[in-house]
Design a protein around this ligand. Structure first.
Ligand code: TPP
Ligand code: MG
Length: 406
């Protein structure tokens, strides 16, 4: 792997004393430093994909789907549907139907590619942005919005999909993923007839600075846990550029823990899928953890509560437009004769129908009784919670007259 050292982030101090990033660093690491790619931004597919990992050459050919038209179309389909889902969810939030929305636009290839690499017995631990991975795990899309409408504490049964609930505490899910992987490792020892399985921990460039990530990686290495750490480096942690989180490409950190680290073009769905399939197989077959850094770009706001024009240049956003993960696959599918206008038109119609159904599903979601929330605090009744419930009920009863006259 490339071992280039990047310049330290330089800071200026504003009058108010807040550190700001200087323009010369501009939030960008060297984009191509050791990055694996097969489908380039202009839609050209390379002949193969190899990399030097831990002193030997790995050939990703057995994991590549580049020559399978139906598979490539289905990858495109997933990316297209989840982008449409993202747009509709943003609109629903703007219309007051969701409390908040976390957009994924720009990260479709990183999520669909890695999600499609998983086998049913593998287990994924997402952050709050992994709507694309949720789609690949068969989570019903309206269920994701139940959380953002505030009508549930979860949204789906993680055990049904081997897809954990969204985790908002940065990096906490990486510890869960390692613990789960160690459990699967022991289950496998106890019952060798179980299919080998791995877990995958999703996290961001900002979360990579959390102590939980360090602890997870130490444990994973010490116990040779079957876990893949999948870092989507979308180059921003809200308003903080990734160059403040690290002086080296994040994938290089794996070397210090003693397991392979791979930097892949996170906007190249074919490469992401191949590399993740390799990494999962590596983990499942007892060879230990792998760190994948999917180098991508958050093309939208951090959440609908954020305004990126306050801290990044539209010039940078425009620079990433031509590297769009969907556009490059569309160019390839068309030029290789694997998809025509009819395919894209039908997909457009299918996505519009999905968005209509999604909207109806959201509008028909009923709010839970607030009093029921008190029962979800502890498994057993608790005197303090019961006292608070009584207070709440008395408080609500104080408005009974108003409700009658309304
Ligand atoms: C432990 C913790 N600290 C801070 C936050 C507030 N917070 C929420 S998202 C976020 C940025 C995370 O950036 P990154 O890990 O790059 O993921 P991204 O949002 O870009 O997908 C922060 C600081 C939090 N949720 N949890
Ligand atoms: Mg980020």
């Amino acid at each position: 792997m490339n071992s280039s050292r990047l310049p330290a982030a330089e800071f200026e101090v504003e009058e108010v004393g807040r550190a700001v990033h200087s323009d010369d660093v501009d939030g960008q690491l060297e984009p191509d430093a050791g990055m694996l790619q097969i489908l380039s931004a202009d839609g050209t597919m390379a002949g193969g994909l190899t990399a030097e990992i831990a002193g030997s050459t790995v050939d990703f050919s057995p994991y590549l789907s580049a020559s399978d038209p139906a598979h490539l179309r289905s990858l495109y389909r997933d990316m297209f549907m989840i982008r449409r889902f993202d747009q509709e969810s943003t609109a629903l939030q703007r219309q007051g139907q969701l409390a908040l929305w976390v957009p994924l636009t720009g990260q479709e290839a990183a999520q669909i590619g890695s999600g499609r690499a998983l086998e049913p017995q593998d287990y994924a631990f997402p952050t709050y942005r992994e709507h694309g991975v949720a789609l690949t795990r068969g989570v019903e899309l309206p269920d994701i919005l139940r959380l953002f409408r505030g009508v549930t504490n979860g949204g789906w049964d993680p055990r049904e999909r081997n897809f954990h609930l969204y985790t908002l505490v940065l990096a906490a899910q990486s510890l869960h993923a390692v613990g789960y992987a160690m459990g699967m490792q022991r289950d496998q020892l106890a019952d060798p007839s179980l299919p080998p399985a791995a877990s995958i921990a999703y996290f961001g460039d900002g979360a990579s600075s959390e102590g939980d990530i360090h602890e997870s990686m130490v444990f994973a290495a010490s116990f040779n846990a079957p876990v893949v750490f999948f870092c989507q480096n979308n180059q921003w942690a809200i308003s903080v550029p990734s160059s403040v989180q690290t002086r080296v490409p994040l994938a290089q950190r794996a070397e210090g823990y003693g397991f392979p680290g791979i930097r892949v073009d996170g906007n190249d769905v074919v490469a992401v899928e191949a590399v993740t399939r390799w990494a999962l197989e590596h983990a499942r077959s007892g060879q230990g953890p792998v760190l994948i850094e999917a180098y991508t770009y958050r093309m939208s706001a951090h959440t609908t509560a954020d305004d990126p024009t306050k801290y990044r240049l539209s010039r940078d956003e425009q620079e990433w437009q031509p590297r769009d993960p969907l556009a490059r696959l569309e160019v390839y599918l068309r030029s290789a004769g694997m998809a025509d206008d009819t395919f894209f038109e039908e997909l457009g119609a299918e996505a519009r129908a999905m968005a209509t159904d999604l909207r109806q599903a959201v509008l028909s979601m009923t709010a839970p009784e607030l009093a029921d929330r008190f029962a979800a605090v502890y498994a057993e009744p608790h005197p303090l919670v019961q006292e608070e419930l009584r207070f709440f009920q008395e408080y609500e009863a104080g408005f009974a007259d108003e409700v009658k006259h309304a």
